[in-house]
Design a protein around this ligand. Structure first.
Ligand code: ADP
Ligand code: MG
Length: 231
């Protein structure tokens, strides 16, 4: 796997500020941030091969520097269950991209482990011109989008800062389990926050980072979509 700086250099040499999802996830992996297993296929038979290696069901997504919101253009297909479905999803994504963004360059198709539904959280980072990198935490879906139930800290953060972030959002009790739901692995979330802090401190060229959503399980967590924007 390419080292973090090599990924930044490759993007810059192509004049890109947005990292591709597999690039952003490769960086996460190097900082101990768990992500769904993934491979980039450049043809259909490779996609099938990777799907079998990762294990069904899988998710297929376009990898394109010209498409930032993949889902909106029909370039994310979830719950692909068989080899035959890989073929049809592969074609459907290319067709959708050609229809909605005819000039988009397609680097490949991302074949990805399908994460089980669970409690979703969001970890973000933005660079403040005055204070440097700041971290954001919230629970996914309506909590962040509608209720703006989020919390921020200037990086670097300590473990107790990370714990506070997780417990101080209003939706936090949801992570402790309710209505028979098992409690979520808060330690895994704290670790993601600390590793993200380390990443943005060590790489000040990151302008924005967005791990959205992260599925949190009884044991462990998995980042489903990762975005990184460079300065
Ligand atoms: P976009 O570029 O539009 O943000 P995403 O990669 O976030 O595309 O995919 C859209 C949505 O599909 C995600 O918010 C998530 O709900 C779901 N999703 C994406 N990848 C996975 C995955 N590997 N496992 C489960 N759900 C996924
Ligand atoms: Mg997304």
């Amino acid at each position: 796997m390419k080292k973090v700086n090599a990924i930044f250099d490759a993007a810059r040499s192509e004049g890109r500020k947005y990292l591709l999802e597999p690039e952003a996830k490769a960086i996460c992996v190097q900082y101990g941030i768990p992500v769904t297993k993934f491979e980039v296929a450049t043809n259909e038979s490779e996609a099938v091969k990777f799907a079998k290696k990762i294990g069904f069901p899988i998710v297929l997504k376009v990898v394109s520097p010209d498409i930032i919101h993949k889902f909106d253009v029909g370039a994310v297909i979830l719950d692909v269950k068989t080899e035959a479905e890989v073929g049809s999803a592969y074609d459907a994504i290319q067709e959708n991209v050609n229809k909605y963004k005819p000039n988009a360059r397609i680097v490949g198709l991302l074949v990805q482990e399908m994460a089980h539904q669970s409690t979703e959280v969001i970890v973000g980072a933005t660079k403040d011109p005055q204070f440097g990198p700041a971290l954001m935490f919230g629970l996914g879906g309506i909590f962040v989008e509608v209720l703006k139930d989020v919390t921020f800290r200037i990086a670097p953060i300590s473990e107790s800062d990370a714990r506070e972030m997780v417990t101080e959002v209003k939706a936090s009790p949801i992570l402790k389990g309710y209505r028979g739901q098992p409690p979520a692995d808060i330690k895994a979330v704290v670790e993601i926050l600390m590793n993200t802090s380390r990443l943005v401190m060590e790489h000040q060229e990151i302008k924005e980072l967005d791990l959205n959503p992260i599925m949190v399980y009884e044991k462990g967590a998995k980042t489903v979509d990762a975005r990184i924007i460079l300065e």
